[in-house]
Design a protein. Structure first.
Length: 262
């Protein structure tokens, strides 16, 4: 389980939030260039009483509106490292294969960053299976993860199966559907059965799946602790089937930009 750090405002809060999360026990912190908070995330890691090598730090770059040149991607990657205040990250994602994304230009720059030790892992975010296939043909570095919206109301079964088949992680963002899972009767019933919260049930359901990690966003220590406790919630087969049977297409984040039509 990691901490997601997206927010539209008060980006400075993530300095304290990240430090608090690491104190709670989180060791996976996720951010992105477009979140505008990498500087504060990096400060939060330095403020915490946790060694940098014990923190799995991921960020995302290349969200472009103009056709990229090779140096644009390299500069964007270096900008992420500079704002975070680190020499390298543990995971570097291509954020969106959108608009003027050109895999033949963008992906070799990720390979170069991997070879230079600027990232320990290369990953993708908001790709379709076809676009992951395309990226695999171009990248020399292995694809370590694919980050996508995933929760009981948008189960992404095909992409989860794809992750298992190709031996990478599916990292679920918006794993609580921005609160929409709290009103789902099946989730409520399972939560009542276990004296747990709907958030904990949703996270435990995701964590029960093969090759799935979760990065719920939380800004209070109480919510961080509640989410973190979901790691210890064991759902039985009946619980899992009830949530598996939810037929939802609720999407919080519109991938748009022609991502799924390339």
């Amino acid at each position: 389980m990691g901490l997601g750090t997206y927010s539209d405002d008060n980006r400075e809060q993530w300095r304290d939030n990240v430090s608090t999360a690491l104190d709670v026990g989180y060791r996976h912190i996720d951010t992105a260039q477009v979140y505008g908070n990498e500087e504060y995330v990096g400060q939060g890691i330095r403020d915490a009483d946790v060694d940098r090598e014990d923190v799995f730090l991921s960020t995302k770059t290349v969200h472009v509106d103009v056709p990229p040149e090779p140096e644009d991607t390299a500069d964007a990657i270096d900008g992420c490292l500079e704002r975070l205040g680190v020499d390298s990250v543990d995971m570097l994602y291509v954020h969106w294969p959108a608009d003027n994304y050109d895999p033949e230009v963008v992906l070799p720059a990720f390979d170069a960053a991997y070879d230079a030790g600027k990232t320990r892992n290369v990953a993708l975010s908001n790709f379709s299976a076809a676009l992951i296939d395309e990226a695999r043909e171009i990248l020399d570095a292995p694809i370590a993860a694919h980050q996508v919206e995933c929760h009981p109301l948008l189960q992404q079964e095909d992409l989860r199966e794809y992750a298992v088949e190709h031996d990478h992680w599916l990292v679920a963002y918006a794993p609580l559907a921005q609160g929409a899972v709290f009103d789902e009767p099946a989730v409520q019933d399972v939560a009542e059965k276990h004296d747990a919260s709907p958030a904990q049930v949703s996270l435990a359901w995701l964590l029960s799946k093969e090759n799935v990690a979760v990065i719920p966003k939380a800004s209070s220590r109480e919510h961080m602790e509640q989410n973190f406790a979901a790691r210890d919630l064991e759902l039985d087969d009946e619980d899992l089937r009830r949530i598996d049977d939810i037929d939802g297409t609720h999407r919080c984040i519109d991938p748009g930009h022609g991502v799924w039509n390339r």
